[in-house]
Each structure stands twice: as structure tokens, then as C-alpha cells.
Design a protein around this ligand. Structure first.
Ligand SMILES: Cc1cc2nc3c(=O)[nH]c(=O)nc-3n(C[C@H](O)[C@H](O)[C@H](O)COP(=O)(O)O)c2cc1C
Length: 410
């Protein structure tokens, strides 16, 4: 089979059903009866695909855990909540390549033997919602979902659900609550959604970008997927660059590509050719890197070893002259506002970090105050239902290490 399913290349507008099919789209779905659920899971496991929603959990393992749960029915949820500041990749995928997503969702649903899949999409994403709606209609008319898909005996219903636009609504169990008609409040884990998810039943929750990788992997094989990226982080990932760059936008690159390539070749460097002061390579919950880290490969392990993380690929760059402290204040404020408030430790921690940063901003910084950050973060670590409580820590602790002068009093 020729035709490029992946990497996605330059995205040029909405891809309709015919264009998608002409490059091999829905190939596996049209022959669904030739595959067993275990065949699909084995291929995804061999591919080494890791979740693109931030945590990097092995996708094949999640599929296997869901399939093996005896409770029925099973469900699939596409997580398109995307409220991380600066992240656009899921919107771009939904707006432009909705059939690539549906293809992956149908294969994932078959793999876990789900009878219903929910497409949970940020309610501000009007164009994305429209593109997915159209694709759903086209795919149904073509017989790719509904009753007895391609004569396989497998039937699937696909339903769209609007996601509220607050950050925590993208957390997987909060998304399940919303789909059940409740407030977006994370659940205590365990149990994890794979065993007790939607309506208490085994559920596979995956990020939009993760699901966009499934169909090409099934159609082209694990080895092909592994020809991109590194051994531990195979495939490509979509990175989002912000307005501080000459060429902001989303860029799909093989994992392991040097950070320098993303910032200089793709992003064209900082606007006006300004020098870089610091980089947050994985969004507001990642640790800061310095300009001498520019040759680091963008993959899960390399960034973790450098004291940071890849998150969902939002790369933010600070210019010489920018205040790291001001950036930390924006980040801490964000997490304090977005904390849903149901876990006292999260409420307390996020507000306390804002209060401490305010003191530093007012010139009251000293060694004792700086030490407080580490203490507050360590005390609260893991004490929430979801991992929002762990998110403000890495940028603050890395800044204390790399920019100690910004924490000293006037
Ligand atoms: C506060 C918070 C917000 C999150 N927001 C999103 C989101 O908008 N989209 C997403 O895919 N994952 C989000 N996640 C991660 C999900 O909980 C979950 O790990 C992810 O959907 C799993 O998909 P994956 O395995 O394909 O990465 C969020 C997590 C937390 C703690």
C-alpha cells in the first residue's frame, strides 16, 4: 500500500473521505473480520506507542488491560478536552484529519470490544466539532461504523460530547464524569478507567493524537512505526510553538529530534532573533531547561534525565530579559485557578505557592522563603485525586535550581 498516512506532512485543510481512502485510509476497518482484537493489540504493543496526552503510558498495554476485563460493556473515549495553555495539536488534528481519528477509534474500539465510543471535544472548538461531525456522517454512510462493520459481526456507535473549557475537565476521570452528565471532578484512582470507567465499566481513554497513530500502525505495522523516533519513544509527536517564535504553529517531528531543530529550523528562532534565556519543553508542568540544553533529543527519557518532561509537546521559550519569576507566577496562578478544589491538599498547595511567589515578587525573597517552595511541594506530592497537585512543582523547583538570583530579595 502506497500513499502517505504518516507522518502526516504538511496539513492543507480538511481531508474528506475520498482523499483519506485514496491514501489507504480505512484499509484495516474494511477488512475488520480478518483481524482479531488480539492481533490489533499485539501490533500496537509491538509499536511501542505511548500516550500523547501527557503521561506517556504505553497504549498497547492500556488496550490489553481494557480488553481483558470481564465486565461488559466496554467503552472508548477520545480525549479532545485540550485546555493546556498553548496546546493546539488536537484541534489541528480534528479540524484537518478527522477520518484519521475515526479510523483509529474504530480499530481501538474493536480491539477492546467496545460497543460505544465517545468523542469528547473542547466546546470552544467549533471548526473541529464541525469537521468531526461531517466525517462521522461520511464514515457511517460508507459503513465504517454502525451495525456489523464490514461483515465482521462487530457493531459500534459513535457519539460526540462537548467538553467544558476548564483544564481539569481534560483529566481522564473528570472527562468520564462529564460524559455521565456530572461536574468535571476527577475521581480517586485506583480504580483506573480500564477496569472501572464510564458508568463503572471498563473504558479506554486516549488522547486525540494517540488515537491518530493507531490506524497507520495497524495498516503499516509496528516496525514501520519504529522507523521513526527512538527505541523507548517510537514514532512522531506533534509539538506546539507559541507566538514568541518567528513561526508559531504545530510541528510533527520524530521523537528524539534535537530541541534545537524544533526551535530554529521549524520555529525560526525567537522573534527578532532574540537570545533564549530558558525553555519549558513540556508545558507549564515541566522543568526549565537552559540554552545549553538545545541539543537534547525531544523524547521522554532524555527530557526526564535533564530534569524536565515532554508533556503533551507545548514548548515555551523565554527571552533574555524575561522574568522567570513572572512566568512562574502565571503558571502558579493558572494551577490555583484550575484546581477543582475538591482535594484540600491541592487547594492549599496551589494557593500557598501563589502566596510565596507574591512575597518573592514583592522583594521579600530569602533562603528561608526559597526553602518553603520545596517543602510545600514535597509535603503535598501525590495527595490529590489527580496529578494537578504535582504539576506546579517542576517549573518552580527547576527555577530555584537554575535561577536562584530571581528568588533573592531586593
Ligand atoms: C489536570 C489534567 C488535565 C488533563 N487534560 C488532558 C487533556 O486535555 N487531554 C488529554 O488527552 N489528556 C489530558 N490529561 C491526561 C489524561 O488524564 C489522560 O492521561 C490521557 O487522556 C490519557 O490518554 P493517553 O494515554 O492517550 O495519553 C490531563 C490530566 C490532568 C491531570
Amino acid at each position: 500500500m502506497e500513499g502517505i498516512l504518516f507522518p502526516r506532512g504538511v496539513v492543507e485543510g480538511l481531508e474528506g473521505l475520498d482523499a483519506y481512502r485514496s491514501r489507504g485510509g480505512y484499509d484495516a476497518v474494511s477488512r475488520l473480520g480478518e483481524f482479531s482484537p488480539q492481533d490489533i493489540i499485539a501490533t500496537v504493543e509491538a509499536s511501542g506507542l505511548r500516550g500523547r496526552g501527557g503521561a506517556g503510558f504505553p497504549t498497547g498495554r492500556k488496550l490489553a488491560l481494557t480488553l481483558e476485563c470481564p465486565e461488559t460493556p466496554h467503552y472508548v473515549v477520545m480525549n479532545g478536552g485540550e485546555d493546556e495553555p498553548g496546546s493546539h495539536k488536537d484541534r489541528v488534528l480534528m479540524e484537518n484529519l478527522p477520518h484519521l481519528l475515526l479510523d483509529g477509534i474504530i480499530l481501538a474500539a474493536y480491539a477492546v470490544q467496545a460497543e460505544k465510543a465517545y468523542l469528547y471535544i473542547n466546546h470552544n472548538y467549533e471548526a473541529a466539532t464541525g469537521a468531526v461531525e461531517t466525517a462521522l456522517r461520511e464514515a457511517r454512510e460508507a459503513g465504517y461504523w454502525g451495525e456489523d462493520i464490514a461483515g465482521s459481526g462487530f457493531s459500534l456507535e459513535l457519539v460526540m460530547v462537548a467538553a467544558p473549557s476548564n483544564y481539569v475537565a481534560g483529566e481522564d476521570t473528570a472527562a468520564l464524569e462529564v460524559i455521565e452528565g456530572k461536574e468535571p471532578l476527577p475521581r480517586q484512582k485506583p480504580p483506573f478507567p480500564v477496569t472501572e470507567g464510564l458508568f463503572g465499566k471498563p473504558s479506554l481513554v486516549n488522547n486525540v493524537e494517540t488515537l491518530a497513530n493507531i490506524a497507520p500502525i495497524v495498516a503499516r505495522g509496528a516496525e514501520w512505526f519504529r522507523s521513526f523516533g527512538t527505541a523507548e519513544s517510537p514514532g512522531t509527536m506533534i509539538f506546539s510553538l507559541g507566538d514568541e517564535m518567528e513561526r508559531p504553529g504545530v510541528y510533527e517531528l520524530p521523537l528524539g529530534t534535537p530541541l534545537r531543530h524544533l526551535l530554529e529550523e521549524c520555529g525560526g528562532g525567537l522573534k527578532g532573533g532574540k537570545p533564549i534565556k530558558a525553555i519549558l519543553p513540556g508545558g507549564p508542568s515541566s522543568g526549565f531547561l537552559l540554552p545549553d540544553n538545545l541539543d537534547l533529543p525531544l523524547d521522554h527519557d532524555a527530557l526526564r534525565e535533564a530534569g524536565s518532561s515532554i508533556g503533551c509537546g507545548v514548548v515555551k521559550v523565554l527571552t533574555e530579559g524575561d522574568s522567570v519569576l513572572d512566568e512562574l507566577m502565571r503558571i502558579a496562578d493558572f494551577f490555583a485557578k484550575e484546581s477543582c478544589g475538591q482535594c484540600p491538599a491541592c487547594r492549599m498547595e496551589t494557593n500557598m505557592l501563589v502566596a510565596l511567589l507574591k512575597k518573592v515578587q514583592q522583594g521579600e525573597g530569602n533562603d528561608a522563603l526559597t526553602e518553603q517552595f520545596g517543602k510545600v511541594i514535597a509535603f503535598n506530592k501525590g495527595k490529590g485525586f489527580c496529578s494537578l497537585i504535582n504539576m506546579p512543582g517542576p517549573p518552580i523547583e527547576s527555577a530555584v535550581r537554575l535561577f536562584p538570583e530571581e528568588f533573592r530579595g531586593a
